[in-house]
Design a protein around this ligand. Structure first.
Ligand code: PGA
Length: 245
């Protein structure tokens, strides 16, 4: 695992965006695996800036996102489709037809999972996958205990995850109870993976990631079986590792 320790969130985001731009320059029709959440927002901001400064052309790019809430239509303000459109896709020259996110408002969830896994195999797998990490080591919506053999599947959101995300909804009842997520095996199909972490809140998870062997109770440890992982963390997120070292 390559580890890059940035001074702060901005430097972490700039380092990640440079790696993404290098990937696109090298292969303009790359497939990027993308994530939602607070962590990648700075990276998306830098990519948009780079687009305006002529550093990358997204016209041939395809993207595959990790997850989506079940029951939310793409235009719902809290859907991950809406998040990606608003924070990246509509602000660069990507063809929206080439952006893939699970469809949350479906009657047939199993069919949607297998459709999405086919998308990953036919359009992807991603040349480069961007990941965040949960405080409990989750990647995508793969919570502790998820099989490392999992492909795209339905997750029942835990109360703690729903509570953590409730701030984005009007009330707790509005928070979806289920999500569709790429599985661990689907994520590991990517050729290269960048995992981002920022802030003291993630320091324990980063310490565990560095220390733990493969263990399904800590989903991010699955990344240790991949041969091209770059961890980009800021100093606060790396604090506990540095203290131990
Ligand atoms: P965050 O979420 O980027 O909002 O911290 C990361 C995650 O839970 O995977």
């Amino acid at each position: 695992m390559n580890v890059i320790v940035a001074n702060d969130y901005k430097e972490m985001s700039q380092t990640a965006s440079q790696m993404i731009e290098e990937q696109i320059t090298e292969k303009p029709d790359s497939v990027l695996g993308l994530a939602t959440g607070g962590t990648p927002l700075g990276t998306y901001h830098e990519l948009i800036k780079g687009y305006h400064e002529g550093r990358a052309d997204y016209s041939l790019l395809s993207t595959i996102n990790l997850d989506e809430y079940v029951g939310l239509a793409p235009e719902h303000p809290q859907s991950y489709r809406h998040f990606m459109d608003q924070h990246l896709f509509r602000l660069i020259n990507i063809d929206l037809e080439n952006t893939h996110i699970p469809f949350g408002k479906t009657e047939d969830l199993e069919q949607e999972c297998s459709r999405y896994e086919k998308v990953i195999d036919q359009i992807g797998p991603p040349d480069l996958q961007l990941l965040g990490i949960g405080e409990n080591g989750h990647i995508g919506f793969n919570e502790p205990g998820t099989s490392f053999d999992s492909e795209t599947h339905i997750v029942h959101l835990t109360d703690s995850t729903r509570e953590a995300n409730a701030r984005f909804f009007e009330s707790m009842e509005d928070v979806p109870t289920k999500a569709i997520t790429m599985g661990i095996r689907s994520i590991l199909k990517s050729r290269k993976i960048i995992l981002l972490a920022s802030g003291e809140r993630k320091a324990e998870a980063i310490l565990q990631l560095i220390q733990w062997e493969l263990d399904e109770q800590f989903p991010a440890s699955s990344l240790k079986s991949h041969d091209d992982i770059t961890l980009i963390v800021d100093k606060d997120a790396y604090k506990k590792v540095q203290r131990k070292g």
